[in-house]
Design a protein around this ligand. Sequence first.
Ligand code: ADP
Length: 531
Amino acid sequence: MIDSRENSNPDTDSQKLPGSILTELQFRESKDFLQSVFDTSPVQMSVMKAVRDAQDNITDFRILLANHELEFETGRTDLVGKCYGEEYPGVRISGLFDLMLKVMETGKPERIEYFYPYENINKWFSSMFVKLEDGLVSTNLDITQRKLTEQRALKNLTLLEQTEELAKSGSWEYDISTKNFWWSDGMYKIFQIPKGTVVTPDIYLDYVIPEDRENAQRLVRIISKTSEDCEEIMKLRINDQVKTIKIKCVPVVNAEGYTEKVLGIDIDLTASFHAMEVLTIQNHKLFKSKELLRKKDEFINIASHELKTPVTSIKAYAEILQQKFEDTADAENASLLQKMNTQINRLSGLINNLLDTTKISEGEINLSKDQFDLNILIDERVEELQRLSGLHKLRFEPGMLEPVIADRERIGQVLTNMIINTIKYSPGGGEIYIKADSIDDGVEVSIHDKGIGIPGDWLDKIFDRFSRVDASSHKDVPGLGLGLYISAGIINSHRGRISVASKEGIGSKFTFFFACVPTFLINWVYVICHE
Ligand code: ADP
């Protein structure tokens, strides 16, 4: 094999190793010897001689010897006699060539691990260059597998560290025979001790709070003596902070059935326990306030029911009395009785409102739906309410509406609430516009005043129960803050929507909408029902 190389590369004949000292024969023998030694090496090896230009600068390295392993790895048997830099131009880009020059210059061996992405090689190598006369001996080892394994391990370790960081956890391994207790970084973080500190399972006994000592003892016993799965939660005092730690471990049993190791994970539950405690307290508070609200509703309901019957009787008696005084032409007493009736009406309206609020909060407002003309209903209410104030002018603009199906009484109640509000909250009087429109597949009613308006930060609270604007201009007007709450409840139970737009000092516009069943559908249902 060597002969054939020499035949094919007469140039190498002149490259005597180690040069001038050896005779031709010695050189051949030594070369043969070297070749056979090289060929037994499992590492890729080559001997190269510097190629110099006229100024004695090294321009390349000619390969004098290449062992079997190198031929096998490169798939080339023709390397001897060739120039390294010409065959593998990547060595110049990768910096490897510079390293070879350095070895030639300093005479000191160099080792390097590198990734070689040229000439379609794409592998990791560990190379060593040793100067020999005017050349180099190079060893080359393919370390791609090792590097990939290292990278995978590094990736897994990084992943483990990130997972531990996120989960506030740490993992460990206890070797039963060597008693070595290995900790991940996460464990050192939990225990707040320097990374690498030597630890033993007894550390749990050192840190556990007295109340949980038994748990810690059981854990230590399981880790070091028995081969059981185990899960413990205990509180550890770490740097004056009591941490709640959950520890889970499993034994690793070998083929003979002996436990070799115990693998474990510690999870710091302090934050989640704290969050749970806070949540429990909040839940408790919420439950208590809900309970209080429920009791308040219950009280309002009972009180209103109890008041309703006597007030209804008083109202009836007062009306009879008023009638009697009117019949006997006792104008003075009849007028007193009329005033009394007005107050009784207010009182009974109030009681009805209170009863409605409890119905709405319990979600049981019953609707009695009918088909009616909304324009007519609005017209009736406008006419009735106009009598309340000479200062205000109610202007109604009817819409082109199809008959609606809704609870006439309840929709009337919403209109009354809103129109009375416009009067109440426009103390200077003025015009109030009421408009009905047919939009999308429903009707929209808007009530617009130029009164005192509502401050912006109150707009989203105005439909809440007992909500009254906290401004002196509003406080002067009597009310309980129930009208809009009831109106919203009624419109919601019609699956509609209610809204307000308002500017302080400019006025307010209340709008409500509810969907209508198309007339052809009503007629169709009517025909079906009457066939
Ligand atoms: P109240 O009986 O107190 O009037 P409402 O539920 O009807 O209760 O109204 C809630 C609050 O909304 C009122 O106290 C008032 O502050 C404000 N409000 C309602 N309607 C108007 C309006 N048209 N203009 C200005 N503020 C209004």
